[in-house]
Structures are given as C-alpha cells and as structure tokens.
Design a protein around this ligand. Structure first.
Ligand code: LFR
Length: 467
C-alpha cells in the first residue's frame, strides 16, 4: 500500500511543499509549491519575510491536500538557529535573519559572561556568530516574551497551537547540553536568558498536535503535525544513504555541512580548535560536522550579476563555461567571514583574493570556477579534519542536496579529497522529512539504516571518481 505525507522544507533561498509517497519499495516526492526565500532589509536589520512564508506554506499545503487527499500528516523542517518570540500566543516581532549584523554584539556579550571554551564543553557547538544564544542575548523583545520557538516549531505552533522544541534543531541554539540533550537552564541563566521561555523538548517522530479548526478549514483536512528532524541538515543526513559507517557526508545547499555521523559527541580541545560541531541528528545520532560556506557564494554572485545586467543568468550555461576554463586558477578561503553578509559578492571575493596576494579572475566563468574549486577545497579539508578528529578512515563522501546536481562541484570535491563522491539525492532534506513521518505512522522501516536502505534502493547516486 502507498502512504502519503506532506513535507514543508524551507531553505535559506527557497521553500517547498512536497507530497511524499512511501511504500515497501517506493519513495517519491511530488513538488506542489516552490517559492523564493531570502533576507529582507527592514528598518532594524535583516529579517525573514515571515508573513509571506506562512501564506506560501498554507497555500502549498492546501494544494497538496487537494492533489492527494490520502495525506496522513505534515512535517516541517527549515534552516536552524532563527526563532520567533511569543507572548500570550502572539508573535512579538518578525523573526530576524541569522545574517543580521547585530549578532556580533551578542557574541561579545555572551563570551564576556561565559568563555567559549566553557560553552563548547557544555553545548559542543562550533562557533558560529549567529547561534541562537547570541541572538537571544541582544534581542530587545526578550523581556516581553514568554516563549521562544525556532522557525519550524513556530510554524507548527501556528498550525496547531502546540509549543514544543524539536531536539535536532534545539541542538543548534547553544542552550542544549551536549551530554544530556536537555536544556542547559543554568547556562541560559548565566547569559541572562530566562529558561522559562524554552519549551518542552520532543523527539523527531512525535506528534506535535492537530491542526487548529481555522487551519483545518483552510486546508480542507484535519491532520496532525508530526515533528521531523526539523533542522534541515538533520533531515538531510537522516536520508543520506551513507555507503558505510566510515563514509562522510556533505549536505550542500546554501551551506555545505561536512562531517561524520557518530554515536557520541567529540568535544576535545582539537575538535574545538578545528571548530567542529556536535549537533543532534534523528535518533540522537551525533552530526559531527563543520559549516563550510556553500552555494551561497555562487547564488549571491549570480544575484549580483543579474542585478547588474537586468536579466536572469543561465546558471547551467555559466557552469559549463566555467568547466572549460583551463587556466590554473587561484583559490580563496570559502569561510572568510567577509563573505557572510548579502550583497556585492563578486567584489568581496575579489577583495579576499587580492588581500591574499592572488590575481583576480577577469571574467565570470573563471570567477565561477574559482568559487567552485574553493568550495571543493574547503569540503576536502573538512572531511580530512573530521577523519583526523575521530580516528576514522573515511572511504567515500555522500554529497546530498542541491549541490549534488553541480557536476563541476562534485568532481572537484572528489579530486580535492582523493575520495569517491556519491552524489544525491538532491532532495535529501524533504526525503528525510517524509521518512520520519512515515516511520511514525508505521509505514517505513524502524531503524535509520532501514530508512537509508529505502533511499538507496529508490535513488541511485551518481558516482564521481577522484582524478
Ligand atoms: C543549513 C543550515 C545549517 C545551519 C545554517 C543556519 O540550511 O541549517 O545547518 O548552520 O543553515 O541556520
């Protein structure tokens, strides 16, 4: 029998609503809606256009139910760390975008109260200036709030009225204790955050609640919302059909999340110095990984060129031109902090190259090639570091997400790492979302390995050998 589920999957540049169909030998997605997403500049900084996102999601879900009346539940995943504050069930302000510059003040404030070494030993998180705890520390609305909800939990609240914190995403806040996976209330207090705003934690697979009567009427169905690996990276890794326990993964979209799946966290001095994170995965696996700036560098460059030209850019054509550039090209540090904010990306990259004494590629194909090769070099570096920090001998890299369609990037990653790259599935995040819902409904295997086996039987990867 074929069972159906709805997945809401929000990335930093676009969002999707999908229907997922699952059977003993079947795992399929049907895209119902796709809408753009991105930072919007408001008077007080960079935000997400949350009102527009909600409308797109509700319209998309209504269309999904119209197309597939057998849908059994809804699951929501998104990028991590960002949140909304509630008071008496009302959203106090539009959620900020994690690339807003105010987080720098949050970092200073928190580190003055609790040094980074202590933070790392408690939460196991790599330093990223936008981790939720830094945002909380400078949020002017905090004193008025009674609840803080991360984006997928906030959406689930708007759909059901239930307030929970799904664990995989909670692990990106900085306030989840790495060894117990419970809120570190003492740490919250130390940085001036009232722990009462932190909602009860739930596991991926738990039912969050049923749709409110208003939402059910709008969608034309009364459905439960089920917690999935609500951090998009957790869902992507859950559906990454790793060929063995020794394989590394790269979940490549706006970011490239590069690492290994472990059973227990690694919070050594070396892991801290290498800035490796211990985020929680589905079934409490540890996502031991490092954030590499991924396709953001490319999408922001394309956005700048489109604004300059006043016409859309044909990215596949540009990538094909980039592939045939044969001059030796300079590499830059993809993780340079000056590349984190939106706007003017080609010039920022040129400045980074210039400062490190490298020539700046003169045309777009050459710059695109430099970008792709630099991302691949950073990927290879992170894989090697992950292997070193854990003592594993990595045998292959499973590259999932949008980046798996970028042949130049996949080949360059194989070449730079000296390892085979298995590319796909492109929609790993939505698949992971659907699979966890299906498992909760007894419509899919019980273990993570069983779920991944279904992915590998239904989505064969493309293999790139190192050259
Ligand atoms: C990927 C991702 C990363 C997280 C970054 C910011 O979409 O969720 O895992 O570090 O976005 O939330």
């Amino acid at each position: 029998m074929i069972r159906a589920f709805a997945a809401v999957d929000l990335g930093a540049t676009s969002g999707r609503v999908m229907i997922g169909r699952v059977g003993p030998d079947l795992l399929e997605l049907e895209q119902v809606a796709r809408f753009p997403n991105g930072p919007v500049q408001r008077e007080d900084g960079l935000h997400w256009d949350f009102g527009a996102l909600c409308e797109h999601i509700l319209d998309g879900l209504a269309e999904a139910v119209r197309r597939e009346p057998a849908i059994e539940s809804i699951g929501i995943d998104s990028w991590a760390v960002d949140y909304g504050l509630l008071r008496d069930g009302m959203l106090l302000a539009e959620p900020f975008h994690y690339r807003d510059a105010r987080t720098a003040r949050g970092v200073e404030k928190v580190h003055a109260l609790v040094p980074f070494e202590e933070l790392y030993s408690r939460n196991g998180l790599q330093f990223l200036p936008f981790n939720t705890m830094y945002q909380f520390a400078v949020d002017e609305r905090m004193p008025d709030a009674d609840t803080a909800l991360l984006i997928p939990d906030l959406l689930a609240f708007l759909l059901t009225g239930a307030r929970v914190a799904e664990r995989t995403n909670a692990s990106t806040t900085g306030l989840l204790a790495v060894h117990t996976a419970e809120w570190d209330r003492d740490l919250a207090e130390k940085i001036g955050v009232d722990p009462r705003i932190l909602p009860p934690l739930v596991e991926a697979g738990a039912v969050i609640g049923r749709l409110t009567p208003e939402v059910a009427a709008r969608l034309g169905a009364d459905l439960p919302v089920v917690a999935v690996g609500s951090h998009d990276t957790a869902s992507a890794v859950a559906a990454a059909p790793l060929p063995s326990r020794e394989s590394a993964y790269i979940s490549c979209g706006t970011w490239g999340l590069v690492g290994l799946e472990l059973d227990a966290p690694v919070v050594t001095d070396a892991a801290r110095a290498a800035n490796f994170t211990n985020e929680l995965g589905v079934d409490r696996r540890i996502r031991f990984l490092h954030n590499v700036t991924g396709l953001w560098l490319l999408s922001e460059s394309v956005r700048a060129w489109e604004a300059q030209d006043g016409t859309p850019i044909d990215l596949p054509a540009l990538l094909a031109q980039a592939a045939s550039v044969d001059d030796a090209l300079p590499l830059f540090d993809a993780n340079d902090p000056s590349l984190a904010a939106p706007g003017g990306m080609p010039e920022r990259i040129a400045a980074v190259l210039h400062e490190s004494g490298h020539p700046v590629p003169q045309d777009r194909p050459a710059l695109v090639r430099t970008i792709v090769e630099s991302i691949a070099a950073a990927f290879a570096d992170a894989v090697a570091t992950a292997a070193q920090l854990t003592g594993r001998r990595v045998d292959a890299i499973q590259l999932v997400g949008g980046g798996s369609l970028n042949e130049l990037l996949c080949q360059a990653t194989a070449d730079s790492s000296g390892l085979p790259v298995l590319a796909g599935p492109v929609e790993a995040t939505a698949l992971g979302n659907v699979l966890v819902q299906a498992r909760a409904a007894d419509a899919a295997p019980v273990t993570l390995e069983g779920l991944r086996d279904l992915v590998s039987r239904t989505h064969s990867p493309r293999r790139y050998e190192p050259r």
